[in-house]
Ligand binder design. Sequence first.
Ligand SMILES: *[C@@H]1O[C@H](CO)[C@@H](O)[C@H](O)[C@H]1NC(C)=O
Length: 443
Amino acid sequence: MLPQSALLLVASLLAALPAKADGIYTRKSPVLQLNQKTYGSHIANSNYTSIVEFYAPWCGHCQNLKPAYEKAAQSLDGLARVAAVNCDEDENKPFCGQMGVQGFPTLKIVTPGKKPGKPRVEDYQGARSAKAIVDAVVDRIPNHVKRATDKDLDRWLGQNEERPKAILFTEKGTTSALIRALAIDYLGAIDVAQVRSKESASVEKFGISDFPKLVVLPSGEGAEIQVYDGELKKQPITEFLTQFASPNPDATGKAASTSANNKPKSKPKAKTPPKQSSTEEDAPTDAKEETETKPAQVPEPPKSPTCVLVLLPETISDEAATTALSSVAEIAHKHSLRGAHLFPVHSVPMTNTGSQTVRTALGLEGSKGVEIIAVNARRGWWRRYGNAEDFGIAAIEGWFDTIRLGEGAKEKLPEGLVRAGKTEPTNKEKEKEEKEEVEHDEL
Ligand SMILES: *[C@@H]1O[C@H](CO)[C@@H](O)[C@H](O)[C@H]1NC(C)=O
């Protein structure tokens, strides 16, 4: 057993800071996590309506909202975007200020305007339940669906000749969120209309006998009407429609997972084969996972609970220690100038009673000098910066890079330390959060 002091030290070092940097939504959450850049590409420039939560991880009301918000995200999947911005992240702070966020959580509904990139942004003041959120967002999904009658269907069919036409025959007078979302996906590529069952001439012309029924009139002379026979669900319909035209870049749910999608206005490369597009459609979480397992492909690695500890020797004036500290500070400074993420770094003086215990637990007791270690409490590994000869910037930065890329050997964290990192802080953190919440509920 490790002494309590060591547990506390490791608990606070391993958990406190990474917990602050981590958002409340995990990578697998249906809620998209955004920063300023991805907000621009995936929300402000989207043809979709979005709801965006501005939050701080320590805020109790934000944590209370999480289940309802994730439920809303699930219901709105394929219909609208549900996203969150962690305003506690340094890189997001100016953006949250710009958006006029004054308390947490702040929910804003972003509806596309006439001009791309100039959406209407309004505060959502409704109930914080999944249903109320879904209703408010669905209400604002843009409607590009033509409601055609016997009188004007032919005229509509004659417009934009090069585009295929999709027509939903329905008994309903309202335009569902699903058909509105499909019209957004294919905006400019397939024109979408809705015709009521009582428009008998049109119904007869298309030979419709049961409702609802979706048909497509492909472009081109003498093209035959194609009848959709599948379920009235987004994914199979998308598969069907993609035979006739490619959906727009922001049509799939894969947004915000990487910055690969940063050029929202670029046209889809070529006709996307139906198979591929349909897998994209239902695989937003897979796309997110990909960035986790292949960090080398994304410019910024996903935030990880890895942190770096600089274990200082007894004498602070130790030359190697001074060099190591100033190198690490310089690297951190460089990163922050670029707005890039660096692992949280803590220095641990020898006077800290836990310091020696950590050295012992990690088998570094023989070392009296400065030690730099990287620890990932969640995954249960640690690594030692082994180059006692060189604490220069280049060498340490190179070592950081190997961690980032997941290269090199990792040691297993001894049991006690890991458990301390996982269980100890929760109560302690809770207290801390409660305190902070009282102090910071307003920005
Ligand atoms: C939005 O719709 C237009 C057609 O009006 C389309 O060209 C554009 O690619 C769409 N934008 C996105 C981000 O998909």
